[in-house]
Design a protein around this ligand. Structure first.
Ligand SMILES: Nc1nc2c(c(=O)[nH]1)N(C=O)[C@@H](CNc1ccc(C(=O)N[C@@H](CCC(=O)O)C(=O)O)cc1)CN2
Ligand SMILES: Nc1nc2c(ncn2[C@@H]2O[C@H](COP(=O)(O)OP(=O)(O)OP(=O)(O)O)[C@@H](O)[C@H]2O)c(=O)[nH]1
Ligand SMILES: [Mg+2]
Length: 462
């Protein structure tokens, strides 16, 4: 492996948990541990077999003072996470002692790792490609089972393999182009290659299109379907949020630090991850200017994939209800007529008329009625796009989506060129570009600053 510094970091959450791990990677990892770790039988870590774990004490050699009682894992490269020598010191969880161990390791010649630097080394040493490294980060952040499976698939290299296959096709096309450029005098060669070229290029273009079609669902699986609950005060918005959350308690995560007057919850409805936003707080501005309420919801509406618009069965349709119905026209909206346990004062006919083709569900959240129907409606918003989840390889990362659509444009230019008899060396340029752009997904043709920027988003110690 390349002779970079030996890096070290605490790879477990700070101050949490019963065990904390200080991880080292690099050429000096074994010699550093030998200077500060003493086992009862005085074993040298540079001599033990790889992938073994050892009990002993971490000792500051300067003052001969025991700092921690630990277990140390020894993993020699290249069969390690980074492909370099890796040493992991398993400490008792306390912040002070773990930090002391880290400081000691640093004083012995290791350097504090940057965020994501262990994974970056796995990439730079060729164990994983860029899209697999990005998947490691997605896995850490995954909030639902589906998002996790998506990340795992990408980590195993599903997207990478697909992209590599398409790049291989483009290389083959380019080889045919070469033939054409080298032997222009043979007309029959040209005719044959032209036909083959078009066929192969069209195949790749279709594959890219297929991949792009998964991107919307891929993003939703990754980030959650951004769902906003709107409605007048007291119609039952918060009750709706609570009932969806309670019904699906298992995979609910609170996101701390969101604006105080906006409640955001992750909920898994029939396998569809929702990022539910309850637009509470509209009420406070309500008394002052009625329009402000609608304006504020509009802000959230702009960012929403799905709107749950709640109406009150017990009250006549108000001006604000009508405004909300208007504002949300053309969006994915489920209209919920709530409080069906109370006498009906709402004209369902009028709602239907304003709803146009949007789904209307009736509920009594108080009596827990209509929630199944609502969940069905939510799931169908997601699944009606017509993509089967089963074995599909999804693109979910905006960087990848952007690159695939750029590649598609470049390839279309090549195909247009072929069809309109543009000189073959121009077509060659477009094809080469397509190949390069696809290479950026897996990090084969990518700028170093982008790599730095991507890995810096990782957490410390990863
Ligand atoms: N203690 C600990 N737990 C951990 C990690 C770690 O670094 N340390 N990981 C870190 O995030 C994850 C595990 N990821 C890993 C991925 C690859 C290899 C690895 O050694 N791969 C080699 C050899 C495989 C083999 O033995 O055949 C390779 O692919 O060449 C190790 C860990 C999760 N748990
Ligand atoms: N009878 C009846 N009451 C309900 C129903 N759903 C909610 N409520 C009640 O209506 C009141 C308002 O409910 P919330 O969920 O706080 O309404 P909201 O839309 O969030 O109100 P704001 O946050 O003030 O805008 C509460 O007292 C609920 O218990 C229902 O289906 N039937
Ligand atoms: Mg509320």
């Amino acid at each position: 492996m390349k002779d970079w510094d030996t890096i070290a970091a605490i790879s477990t959450p700070m101050g949490e948990g019963a065990i904390a791990i200080v991880r080292l990677s690099g050429e000096e990892a074994l010699s550093i541990i030998d200077r500060i770790f003493i086992t009862p039988s005085k074993k040298k870590m540079s001599e033990v077999p790889s992938h073994t774990i050892h009990y002993g004490n971490i000792v500051d050699p300067k003052v001969n003072e025991v700092i921690e009682e630990v277990m140390v894992s020894i993993m020699r490269g290249p069969k390690t996470f980074t492909r370099e020598d890796v040493v992991e010191i398993n400490c008792h969880g306390g912040i002070v002692s773990v930090n002391k161990v880290l400081q000691l390791v640093l004083s012995q010649g290791a350097r504090l790792a940057e965020p994501g630097e262990f994974t970056k080394r796995a990439f730079l040493n060729g164990r994983i490609d860029l899209s697999q490294a990005e998947a490691v980060m997605d896995l850490i952040r995954a909030k639902t089972d589906r998002a996790m499976n998506l990340a795992l698939g990408q980590m195993e290299g599903r997207l990478s393999k697909l992209v590599q296959g398409l790049r291989q096709h483009i290389l083959e096309i380019l080889a045919h182009v070469e033939v054409n450029i080298d032997y222009p005098e043979y007309d029959d060669v040209e005719e044959m290659t032209h036909h083959l070229l078009l066929e192969k290029a069209t195949y790749v273009k279709n594959e890219l299109e297929k991949l792009l079609r998964t991107s919307q669902q891929g993003k939703i699986l990754r980030e959650g379907l951004s769902t906003v609950i709107v409605g007048r005060p007291n119609v039952g918005k918060s009750s709706l949020l609570n009932s969806l959350v309670q019904e699906n308690k298992a995979i609910v995560t609170d996101i701390p630090g969101t604006t105080r007057d906006v409640i955001e919850e992750y909920v898994n409805v029939r396998g569809v991850p929702l990022k539910l936003v309850d637009t509470a707080g509209i009420r406070e501005t309500e008394d002052i200017v009625e329009r402000i309420g609608v304006e504020r919801s509009r802000e959230f509406l702009n960012k929403a994939d799905l709107v749950l618009l709640v109406l009150n069965n017990n009250e006549p349709l108000s001006k604000e209800d009508e405004q909300l119905l208007e504002v949300t026209e053309g969006m994915d909206v489920i209209i919920i007529v709530n409080k069906t346990d109370l006498p009906t004062n709402l004209s369902i006919e009028k709602v239907k008329q304003l709803a146009k083709d949007r789904a209307i569900i009736t509920t009594s959240l108080l009596e827990e009625k209509g929630i199944d129907e609502l969940e069905d409606a939510i799931a169908s918003v997601f699944f009606d796009e017509g993509i089967e989840i089963g074995d599909t390889t999804f693109v979910s990362n905006s960087r990848h989506i952007g690159l695939i659509s750029q590649a598609q444009t470049a390839l279309e230019e090549a195909i247009d060129g072929l069809n309109s008899g543009v000189p073959i060396d121009i077509v060659q340029i477009d094809l080469t570009r397509t190949w390069e752009i696809l290479g950026e997904i897996i990090g084969d043709t990518v700028h170093e600053s982008l790599i730095d920027q991507l890995f810096s988003q990782f957490c410390l110690g990863k």
